[in-house]
Design a protein around this ligand. Sequence first.
Ligand code: ATP
Ligand code: LTN
Length: 326
Amino acid sequence: MKKRIFSGAQPTGRLHLGNYLGALKNWVALQDEYDSIFCIVNLHALTLPQNPKTLRQKTLDLARIYLAASIDPEKATIFIQADVPEHAELTWILLCTARMGELERMTQFKDKSQKGGRERSSVGLFTYPALMAADILLYHTDLVPVGQDQKQHLELTRDLAERFNRDFGETFVIPEPYIPKSGANIRSLQDPAKKMSKSDENEAGAIFLDDDADTISKKIKRAVTDSGTEINFDETRPAIHNLLTIYQLVTGKTEQECVENFAGKGYGQFKGELAEAVVEYLRPFQERISAYDDAELNRILRTGAEKARSIASVTLADAYQKTGIR
Ligand code: ATP
Ligand code: LTN
């Protein structure tokens, strides 16, 4: 029996190179070896204000991105979170086992609630990690490929699963995070102190997967650099470290090959070669993105939801039985 992976992304905006290099790329790489389930987490999207007129389309667009990124619906299960109501149901059970203190320690809540202020943040934003834990635990997931920013949520998921198993009897598999050594933490091109993010107001900080060649070039040319002239993987020069990491990941070169390639060259030439490499890397993806119409997407998502539900319903029934609800 193959081991299982589960992961998801929110349909909240345009996906960027950080999402791709930190997560999607690894989903694709793992889908042959693992029984793979990839979710479009539209219930998570509601934790911040969304436009109801565009959320459905964004949800379908994210399915299109999964497919264009080479996730194969013949191998992997792709579905929309809200099509499997067991996610919301198990969340309640997990919320009743989670502690206030645990959720209060989540740094993503601290970051995301900062914008509008804690007082005005939705309770859903606060309880978001329990929904993520339900996503993962419903499928007896072994491995969860995510970026570095999700590590803390994964640890909470493990704690909740262990606590439930201890209090009510063996029910959930304890999942392991899969966080790549390189690419899990792509920084903003405008401010390397921040991660590259969909929700950053400054669009110049992110390379979106659907940016055209000209936009990619401009963003890379305008990317901030550090003092000094050398192009190397020096952690104390986070801007160049980030750009060189992107170069390494999109070209598949070793660290040493990257450094040798740019020895004695200036930032201008480096940025030119980096832009070219990113454009080439994204080209096949961009060519595939229009290949799927909404009818086909809906068919894939319906099949995915049926398959997901057949697994999730058994796990939920077990959790309901163990807790004395049924
Ligand atoms: P964003 O911060 O871009 O708004 P998000 O929190 O809405 O992202 P999702 O779109 O759900 O996140 O993220 C999908 C995956 O991309 C997650 O596994 C996340 O860890 C990963 N990811 C997000 N940003 C980065 C980044 N800058 N570098 C590497 N991986 C990232
Ligand atoms: N919280 C994640 C998205 C997410 C997820 C999941 C990732 C929701 N449920 C389950 C992996 C497994 C995020 O914001 N990036």
